[in-house]
Design a protein around this ligand. Sequence first.
Ligand code: AMP
Ligand code: ZN
Length: 463
Amino acid sequence: MLKLYNTLTREKSEFKPLDKNGKVVKIYTCGPTVYNYASIGNMRAYIFMDMLRKVLKYNGYKLDHVMNITDVGHLTSDADEGEDKMAKSAKEQHKSVYEIAKMYTDAFLKDIDRLNISRPEHIVKATDHIKEMEEYVKEIVDNGYGYETSKGIYFDTSKLSSYGELSRIDLKNQKSGARVEVDEEKRNPLDFALWIKAPKEHIMKWDSKWGLCYPGWHIECSAMSRKYLGDEFDIHTGGVDHIPIHHENEIAQSKGATGKNLAKIWMHVEFLLIDNGKMSKSLHNVYTLDDLQARGIEPLAYRYFTYSSHYRNKLNFTWEGVKSAQIALNRLRELTLKHKGIDTKIDEEKIKELENRFVEAINDDINMPLAMSVVWEIAREQVKSNMYYDLLKKFDSILSLEIDKEVSNDVEEYSDEIKEILNSRKIARENKDFNESDRLRDKLKELGYIVIDSKEGQKLKKV
Ligand code: AMP
Ligand code: ZN
C-alpha cells in the first residue's frame, strides 16, 4: 500500500488515483523560472519529483505528468512588486529575454539529464499558453472573483471563504499584521494579480481584452494544468516556499474558474540549506552541479546525498557531506559489482523479505533514508550472489544511481589552485570570453592537466 503525505490535509494516507480504472496518475510540477542556472537546492525539488514518478511506476501506475517552464518573468517579490527576473537577467547579460529563456531552459534540461531525472510526459512553456491564461482570467472575472484596477486584473480573495486553506493562513491576522499595504486600489491586502497591464518599457507583453498585458505569476500553472490534465488531477508538487502564496493562489484561481481545487494531493519538498543557512547570491553559495563537478563530485553523488534526509525534512549541504556521499556511492557500486555474475542460490523467501522491506520504505511517503539502509544491507551481504545483484539493479530503477557503474579512479581531489582555475574558466565560458578560457586552459596544461569540455562540464586528464 502506497502512502503519501498531503499538505492540504496534513495527513499521510493511502494513495488512490482519480482514474476510474485506477491506472493512470496525473501530476503537475511547478517547473523552474529560467533566468539563471538552477541551484542544487532547485535540483533537490526535481530529484523529489523524479522519486515520486519512479515510486508510482514501481507500484504499477502509468503517468501523465506536466511540468511548466516559467519563461515569462514574474516579479522578484511575491507581492507582485519589484523587478521582472527575466528582464533583469537579460539586461545584465545584454541578451533578449527569449535568448535568456532558451539558454537556461537548455541548461536546466541538461542538469536533469545529468541527475538521471526522467522527463515528465509534457514539458510546457508559459509563453506558448498566453491565450489559455487570458481565457482563464476571463472566467474568473465572469464568475465574480476578479476585478480591474488601473494596474491590472486582481483576484478578490475575500470572495473565497476557503482562501488560505493550504497554508492555513490566519486571514484576520494577515490583514491587521505588519504587511505594508502598497496598492490602494486593491480590495484586500492578500488580493493578487492575475493579469498585469504592461508599462511602456515592459518587454514581454501580449495584446488582450485589457490591452497590452502580461500574466501574473500564478495563472500559468492553473491554465496549463487544466489544459493537459483537466479541472482535477491527482498530485501537485513543488517546494515548501510555494505553499503560502503560489499554491494558495493557484487553488484560489481554480476555485474561481471551475469551483474545484485543482489537485487532490499537494506534496512539498523541504529546503536544502548550505552550512545550516540560506543559499544566497550575497553569500556566494548558490552552488550548481557544475560547481560540484569542478570539485570532483559527480551529479549522481549529489542525488545520493539527497537520500540522506526525508524529503519533508530540511537537508543541510556541506562540502564534507557531499564528498562523503561520493565516497559512499563509489563503495556501494563496488559492493554491488561484487555480487554480479556469482552463481550462488539465495533462499527466495529471503529475497522477497528484502524487497518487501525496501518497498515498504519507499511506499511510506518515500522514506529514502530507510530504503537506503536496506540497499546497504544487501550490498554488504557476505555471501555474494547474482540474485542480490538483480535485486539492487531492480531498486536502481527508482534510485537511478547507476548502481553497477565501474568506479573509475579519475574522481580525484584537486588542489585549491586548480579548483579556482576551473571555476574561473567556467565563468569565462559562460560569459563567452574564449580568450580568457583559452588562457586558463594553457595554465592548467602548465600544471599538468588537459581540460576536456564535456556534456557533464569540465573534466581533467593528466598530461
Ligand atoms: P524557482 O525556479 O525559483 O521557481 O524554483 C524551482 C523549484 O525549486 C521550486 O519548486 C522551489 O520551491 C524549489 N527550491 C528553490 N530553492 C530551494 C532549496 N534551497 N531547496 C529545495 N528546493 C528549492
Ligand atoms: Zn506553479
